[in-house]
Design a protein around this ligand. Structure first.
Ligand SMILES: N[C@@H](CCC(=O)N[C@@H](CS)C(=O)NCC(=O)O)C(=O)O
Length: 257
């Protein structure tokens, strides 16, 4: 999403601000983040879940500095610098943290040990990334009552397919996994589509509301979530005067959200 400077709150707030403060000391892992970004939150949740030492560095991806572009030439957050080498793409980073920190002191792991179970988890991470998140973006971007209704139905359908596979309490059962992490940042921001698009957790069915309520209480998610009022500025601005806003135009022009 393209964010005009004047509206942009520069740093994390609430619980997330405390987490940022606790992660200022230099570490082998430097986490280049944007407090508002759901892709960033995937990696942030993973770092917190795994207890991996990291140094948090806030980046405004719309004012990229030279060193950051060396780490991620695409200029997107999240990115990680590990012992001087850079990597990016949220789901790649989550898997990198699994691979680079196999030490049992960094348990719990977010991918199952069994290869078939790992493959099963990856199928649903892929579904979250390729079906649910794009359906969510289309719902936010939809213009006009008719298109919004259709996009909401499409979004419900995407969630229902996912919900039908949840073993409980987490997607894979007792193990909180990368499948939960891949989707959680969008789910805990669903108040945006509830307020602006008529979405309801309960209407998904299949225990969806209970699952998302549980996600919302998970410590790693609480610790990486900023106050709503600052996110509202970012989302609300183009959700209200949609068709004409600079952000809506940027999104239609292919900017990520
Ligand atoms: N596919 C990337 C998406 C990351 C992304 O879109 N980040 C946004 C912030 S939420 C960004 O850095 N945008 C800057 C831009 O579009 O120029 C990932 O999974 O990490």
């Amino acid at each position: 999403m393209a964010i005009p400077d004047e509206d942009f709150h520069p740093v994390a707030t609430g619980q997330a601000a405390k987490t940022v403060e606790a992660h200022q000391a230099p570490q082998d892992v430097v986490f280049y983040a944007g407090w508002f970004c759901p892709f960033v939150q995937r990696v942030w949740i993973t770092l917190e879940e795994r207890g991996i030492p990291y140094q948090y560095q806030e980046i405004n991806p719309y004012k990229r500095e030279a060193h950051f572009l060396e780490i991620n030439p695409k200029g997107l957050v999240p990115a990680i610098e590990h012992k001087g080498r850079g990597l990016y793409e949220s789901l790649v980073l989550c898997e990198f943290l699994e691979d680079a920190f196999p030490d049992p002191t960094n348990e719990p792991h977010l991918l199952p040990a069994d290869p078939i179970d790992r493959g099963h988890a990856r199928i649903w991470v892929d579904y979250a990334a390729k079906v649910v998140v794009p359906a969510h973006s289309r719902l936010i971007q939809a213009q006009g009552a008719e298109r919004q209704r259709a996009a909401l139905e499409e979004y419900y359908a995407a969630l229902r397919t996912f919900a039908a596979q949840i073993r409980g309490p987490w997607f894979l059962g007792e193990q909180f996994s990368l499948v939960d992490v891949a989707l959680a940042p969008w789910m805990v921001r669903d108040w945006v589509v509830a307020e602006h698009r008529g979405f309801s957790r309960a209407a998904v069915g299949n225990g969806w509301k209970e699952y998302v309520d549980r996600l919302e209480r998970r410590e790693s998610i609480v610790k990486t979530t900023s106050e709503r009022q600052h996110l509202e500025v970012i989302y609300g601005r183009y959700l209200r005067d949609e068709a004409q806003s600079e952000q809506a135009k940027a999104i239609r022009a292919g900017k990520t959200f």
